[in-house]
Design a protein around this ligand. Structure first.
Ligand SMILES: [Zn+2]
Ligand SMILES: [Zn+2]
Length: 438
């Protein structure tokens, strides 16, 4: 790996040969970007929920076959792996995610999603690509086709994965557990995109080190002693205990965690009771926690347990009926970009779309399971790149009105599809050409 890094540094200071063919590559990228836009509008109209990406996975497998890759469909569920060996050289992995969200689209686009699907509880829900995974797939496919067209300009192994279930954080872990890095070559570099509506289309956002937060889900069941709402003195009210817990949880980040350590504790759901005149037996709460370091998340979890137990004891609950605090074993670790790979991407992308379009972004508190690819014993350097997705004229208009672009997971998410896809392909093609240059 080290040899390649030295090679890359040499390449970065020796660019004339590359610029000769840049025009040629640009003309192919333009053709691919148009095709990818068509693919994107199709995918947008046909979104599928996490773990149910059957048709989408098939579509991705077709793209890889068209590109002449060895294709491994249904890898660890619906994920699809593609391999293209093109001589000796580094192994570069490109990852896209495939899943959509249970959100009813309200954009009013011609190609808006009308799809509905069954969720894991068996309920029918609307489905929308509200996290830009349709763009990720289209850029991924366009990048692969362009790289295949310029096979004579790079050497090494192109490894690609269309990953299932990013939104529920299971996909990356399943692919790794199924032997992604033992059945296939271990990547020297792994790259992925996520669109970012806060950045203008035509730009990318980069940060070395922490980029996405770790995510943990905690469920709390607060027990009480139920009874008639008119006789509170004969009951122990779990609604009151839960309310106290919700308020006291707010002091974890503000009073127990250093202001220099990013962390979030959010109670996203709270349910208890059925009627106004019944004091229920229990209240259930669901929390999402965000963090960047192990000591911080350990401290948060221990504080949640302490605060929950204290509130129940204060209300007079016996020791065997203290709140049940369950930490979901499904874990999304923080995404930590490899510093030297991020630097290489910065240089290569700067040479492609201009340094002024490479923006330094701050770590975000949202999660992404791409981080898992960088945390295995193989120690794969990873880099997740933000892909700007709001049209500059739209951004200008919003700023003038004091508004912000619709965020990820919004039913109104309105990326500048064409420009975002074009920039995505252009930057990723030149990243890979740079990393695998002959
Ligand atoms: Zn998402
Ligand atoms: Zn996403």
């Amino acid at each position: 790996m080290k040899t390649y890094k030295v090679l890359i540094l040499l390449i970065l200071f020796n660019m004339p040969a590359m610029s000769q063919s840049k025009e040629e590559i640009k003309s192919i990228i333009d053709v691919q970007a148009k095709r990818s836009y068509e693919l994107c509008t199709y995918l947008h109209q046909n979104p599928e929920l996490s773990t149910k990406e059957f048709e989408t996975a098939q579509q991705m497998a077709v793209e890889l076959k068209k590109a002449g890759m060895e294709v491994y469909p249904a890898f660890a569920g619906n994920s699809v792996v593609g391999i293209l060996k093109n001589g000796d050289g580094p192994v570069v992995m490109l990852r896209t995610d495939m899943d959509a969200l249970p959100i009813e689209e309200k954009t009013g686009f011609d190609f808006a999603s009308q799809q509905r699907s069954e969720n894991s509880n068996g309920d029918e829900v609307p489905v929308m690509h509200a996290c830009g995974h349709d763009i990720h797939m289209s850029v991924w496919a366009g990048t692969i086709h362009t790289l295949v067209a310029f096979k004579d300009q790079w050497k090494g192994t192109l490894m690609v994965i269309a990953q299932q279930a990013e939104e529920v954080s299971g996909g990356a872990g399943l692919a790794i557990d199924a032997g992604l890095f033992s059945k296939f070559p271990v990547p020297d570099y792994a790259l992925a995109y996520h669109i970012n509506p806060e950045l203008e289309s035509g730009t990318i956002g980069l940060v070395g080190g922490p980029v996405f937060a770790g995510v943990k889900t905690v469920n709390i069941t607060v027990y009480g002693k139920g009874g008639h709402g008119a006789y509170p003195e004969k009951c122990i009210d779990p609604v009151v205990i839960a309310s106290r817990i919700v308020l006291d949880l707010q002091t974890i980040v503000s009073r127990e965690i250093s202001p220099l350590d990013p962390a979030v504790v959010t109670v996203g759901s709270i349910h208890g009771g059925t009627r106004p005149n019944i004091i229920p037996d229990e209240v259930k709460m669901e929390l999402t926690l965000r963090y960047y370091s192990e000591p911080v998340i350990e401290k948060i979890i221990s504080a949640i347990k302490r605060i929950s137990n204290a509130a129940a004891r204060m209300a007079g609950m016996p020791e065997d009926k203290l709140p049940l605090v369950e930490v979901d074993p499904e874990d999304t670790p923080p995404v930590i970009n490899d510093d030297s790979l991020s630097l290489m991407v910065k240089e290569l992308a700067g040479q492609t779309i201009g340094e002024e379009n490479i923006l330094k972004t701050s770590p975000a508190m949202v999660g992404e399971d791409f981080g898992k690819y960088g945390l295995t014993t193989e120690d794969v350097p990873i880099c997740l790149i933000w892909l700007g997705s709001t049209a500059p004229e739209e951004m200008k208009k919003l700023k003038a009105e004091g508004k912000e672009p619709y965020p990820l997971h919004s039913p109104y998410l309105n990326p500048d599809y064409k420009k975002t896809i074009e920039t995505g392909i252009e930057v990723m093609v030149h990243n890979v050409l740079g990393l695998m240059k002959k």
